[in-house]
Write a protein that binds this ligand. Sequence first.
Ligand code: GCU
Length: 479
Amino acid sequence: MRYPPTVIAVLCIAALASLRAEDQPKLPDPGKPLELTSQEDHKKMLEQLKIKELRRGADGNNPKAPNAANKDESKATPYPKLPDPLVFDNGKPVRTADDWKMKRAEIVEHFDRDIYGRVPKGVPGVTWTVKDTTKDKVGEIDVTTKRVIGTVDNSGYPHIKVEIQLTLTTPGNASGPVPVMMEHGFVFPRRPGINPPPAQKNGPKPWTQQLIEKGWGYAIYSPYSVQADTGGGKGGFGGGGAYQGLTTGIIGLCNKGQPRKPDDWGALRAWAWGASRALDYLETDKAVDARQVGIEGLSRFGKAAVVTMAYDERFAIGLIGSSGQGGAKIMRRNYGEKVENLAGSGGYHWMAGNYLQYAGPKTPEDLPVDAHELVALCAPRPVFVSVGSEKVEGTWIDSRGTFLAAAGAGPVYKLLGRKDLGTAEFPPETTALIAGEVAFRQHEGGHTVGPNWPVFLTWAERYIRTPAIQVPARQPAGK
Ligand code: GCU
C-alpha cells in the first residue's frame, strides 16, 4: 500500500528523533579560542599584511624623548591636504543630497576596509531580557532603573559566551515615552540612579541628574561586555585573570576563536555594534521614545560614540567627548597621539588590521578618509564635539585637531540644508559654537565631558522634544 507524503515525512522525522545524541553525525569541534598575547596577535597581523616594521608612535609621557609627542602647532600639519568629502573618489563633484548618499557609501567602505573593519555577515542574534527593575530617586525625582542583558546566540561556537550589559533609567513622572541619552560606559556593579557618578567640585550636577530633571532618561551600555579592551592576554580590566582578546568576545565568536583577517572589525566597531543592539532593545521598551535616542562617550568611548553615530543612522543626536586619535580628531595631524600609536600593540585592537599599513610602509597622508568624514557620516543629525582645556587635559587629545574634524564636516551639513560651525577659526576656550547642527566647545576642565553637559543640553533642546512632566493634580480646596 501507498502512504501519502505527509505520513512518510512524519515517519522520517520520528525515525530521526529516535536516534540517540551519540549516534548523530558530529560536526568537527573548531576548538577553544586561540590564546595569544597582544604582542603575538599584533605580530600575526603584521605577517598577514607582510609588514616588516612599523614607525614608532609619539611618547606622551617624556617630553625629552626623541619621539616626544608634538605640541608645536607649526609642526602639526605635515600633510595639510584633507580628502574632500564633497568629491567622489573618481574626482567628480558631490552636488546634491542624492549624490551624498552615494558618497556616503564610498566613505563607509573606506572606514570599513581600512580604519575600523567590517562587521561580518551573519553576526548571531541577540535576545534581550530584563534582569531586574528597581524604583529609586535621582536628586528629588522618582526614577525606574532596569538592568537588561542581551544574550548573543552562541550555538555556532559555544566556547564563547557574550552577554551585553545595559541599564536604563527613566523618570517615573513622565507623561509618555522619553528621550534617552545612551552612554558607552561601565554598568555593573555600579548602579546608575542608585550609585550615580559623584558631582564635580563646583561643577554642574551629575549628567544623569541633569537629564532626569529635564524629563529625559539615560542608558548606560557596557562596551567591555561585548569585546574586551585588549588584543590578547590574561587579566586586565574586567578580565579577572581569564584569557581575553580578539579571539574572544563578539569578534572571537564570529571567527570561532581564530585571529582576525585584515579587514575584520576591531573593538571600536564591535563596541558600536553592541550600542546598536542596545538601541534595538530600547526600541521595544515603552518608556523610551526610540526616535530620540542619543549617544555619548569619553575618550576611547568617545571614539566608540562617534563610530556608533556615524554608522547607525537611528541615533538622533551625539555628544562626543575628547575622542582623540581614532575618533573625531584629524588623523593626519602630528599633534599629541598619532596614527602610529594606535597601530602599536597597545591600541591596534581598536582598529582594523589594515589600519596598521598607515604606520608603515604607507603614511597617514595615504589614508583614504579622515576624521572630518567620520563626523560627516553623522549628517544631517545634530552632533556636538567636546574637548577639554589643553592646560588641564593636556595636549594628547589634540583640541585643534578635534575642532578641525567638526569644522571639516561642515560642507556636508550645508549640502543637506543644515548649518556648520559658522567659523573656520579655532575659537578661544569656552566659546560655544552651537548655532548649527554640528557643534563644538572646548571647556575649561580636564579629560571629562562634565562642563559641556549643560551646554550640550541647551543646544539639544532645539532638536529633541521632551514630553511634559506630569504634575500630580491638586486636590480641590476643602476636600
Ligand atoms: C590613551 C589613548 C587614547 C585614549 C585614552 C583613553 O590615552 O592613547 O587614544 O583615548 O587612552 O581612552 O583614556
